[in-house]
Design a protein around this ligand. Structure first.
Ligand code: ADP
Length: 440
């Protein structure tokens, strides 16, 4: 008869591709029972929509079946309980597994198009999905889905979302019709609160919320009320402003919502004559990764036909859209477990102490870290030229508070009132290495 240790050891080569660790060390194997030759256990994944679910199951069965004395292997797949979220008292969201906001710093970058295609793509992969169009400045769902005046019903004082091919959809546009934004201003926030609190979403794997563009009070109110699991920032390479992205990250982090990554829209186009793919504005993938430690979830080309989502197969043949949905599932799963390699950061006197998971430690001078602030106020985002004059930074500058940003970075509030700097883990490491070279 196989022992518990043998069973677990046989699965230690199965690596979660997103967390970079094996599923046994990550604690995914639960309820292991061995009864003679019969082995049963549960693999507890980060989200029910985990894209590698079937691969894990197959690999687990293969590994354990190969042990001497094992005659049958029964594997159940389950998902871990969600952490309580800020605002999760919103009772109509209690059966929603993950609430994701799609945001943008500016209008017209394709945020609503991305949100709607994400919802369609997730639904195509068999998930229960809702789409809430909360864009007060221009609700797009009626146009995208060609659903202008659907009847919105109420049951037991709850708004019933409109069903479009099984997708549950609710839009401010369904309630407001075509009134100009200026007239509806005062009532808009009431509508949003009502929609958020009273829409009967039922059981969903994902609720996607299409936020109004920008990072003002309206957005913050929605983010606070909606009990979000994560946010996606949509941008286009030509509209990409690192100041705006930083503002978005800081807005979400204010209410403890991790930014899952960035979707770069309208990055490229394919020449109809010769088939060459052109990137007229270059790619920002590396600068987003370097500046903020943020992943690029998808790079979508400029394409015809994206604006029509009225058919359930809209976007089906576009690989970048399926890939985007896949990356979002993965990012949600990743955000639900503490990053195994997240460094520990502590403040001690005039230094910032950092301990990385590989055991490397460094004491960084607060003055040096402040002078090396990578934000767009301190460094020109286009030329990389340093704008901050170190002479202007007080030698006795200190950190008044710090905040871990999801699993990817940390931000500091400095005693000179500067708060916009976001330091990715890689950047802190680079500063530590620069510092140690300087002292050699
Ligand atoms: P936002 O929600 O950011 O204001 P929309 O989703 O309404 O932006 O998109 C603005 C316009 O750009 C729409 O006409 C939309 O069809 C178009 N669009 C968005 N993404 C793409 C793309 N990848 N290729 C071509 N057109 C696009």
């Amino acid at each position: 008869m196989a022992t518990e240790k043998e069973v677990l050891d046989s699965m230690r080569h199965i690596i979660d591709p997103d967390l970079g660790k094996d599923i046994v060390s990550l604690g995914f194997i639960k309820n292991l029972a061995i009864d003679g030759g019969k082995v049963s256990f549960t693999v507890e994944l980060t989200t029910p929509a985990c894209p590698v679910k079937e691969t894990f199951r197959t690999k687990c069965v293969e590994a354990v079946s190969a042990l001497p004395g094992v005659s049958s292997v029964d594997v159940k797949m389950s998902a871990m309980e969600r952490k309580p979220r800020p605002g999760s008292d919103v009772n109509t969201l209690e059966n929603v597994d993950a609430v994701i906001a799609v945001s943008s710093c500016k209008g017209g970058v394709g945020k609503s198009t991305v949100a709607a295609h994400l919802a369609r793509a997730m639904q195509r992969s068999g998930l229960a999905v809702g789409l809430l169009d909360a864009d007060v400045y221009g609700p797009s769902v009626p146009t995208l889905f060609n659903a202008y005046h659907p009847a919105v019903g109420m049951v037991d004082n709850k708004i019933q979302p409109v069903r479009i091919d099984g997708l549950k959809v609710m839009s401010l546009g369904f309630l407001l019709g075509e009134q100009p934004a200026v007239l509806r201003g005062p009532i808009v926030s009431n509508y949003i609160t009502q929609i958020l609190r009273q829409t009967d979403w039922g059981k969903l794997d994902y609720l996607i919320i299409d936020l109004p563009p920008g990072t003002g009070d309206i957005q913050l109110t929605i983010v606070q009320q909606a009990a979000l699991d994560g946010a996606i920032i949509v941008t286009t390479p030509q509209a990409l402003s690192l100041v705006d992205v930083a503002r978005g990250i800081l807005m979400f982090e204010k209410v403890s919502v991790p930014v899952l990554g960035v979707v770069e829209n309208m990055c490229s186009f394919t020449c109809g004559d010769c088939g060459t793919v052109h990137f007229p504005f270059g790619s920002s993938r590396s600068s987003l990764q370097k500046r903020f430690g943020l992943s690029t979830l998808a790079e979508l080309p400029i394409m015809d036909g994206l604006a029509d989502l009225s058919h359930k197969d809209s976007g089906k043949d576009i690989p970048a859209i399926a890939e985007m949905a896949d990356q979002v599932h993965r990012a949600v799963g990743k955000s639900r477990v503490e990053a195994p390699d997240r460094p520990e950061v502590a403040l001690a006197g005039d230094t910032i102490q950092v301990k990385w998971s590989d055991g490397h430690t460094a004491g960084l001078s607060m003055y040096e870290v402040r002078c090396a602030c990578p934000c767009a106020v301190c460094v020109d985002e286009n030329t990389g030229e340093k704008l901050l004059d170190p002479e202007q930074v007080p030698q006795d500058i200190s950190v008044e508070s710090m905040q871990q940003l999801g699993n990817y970075a940390v931000s500091f509030a400095w005693s000179d009132a500067h708060t916009t700097g976001i330091y990715s883990w890689d950047y802190l490491r680079e500063l530590a290495e620069r510092g140690s070279k300087a002292t050699v």
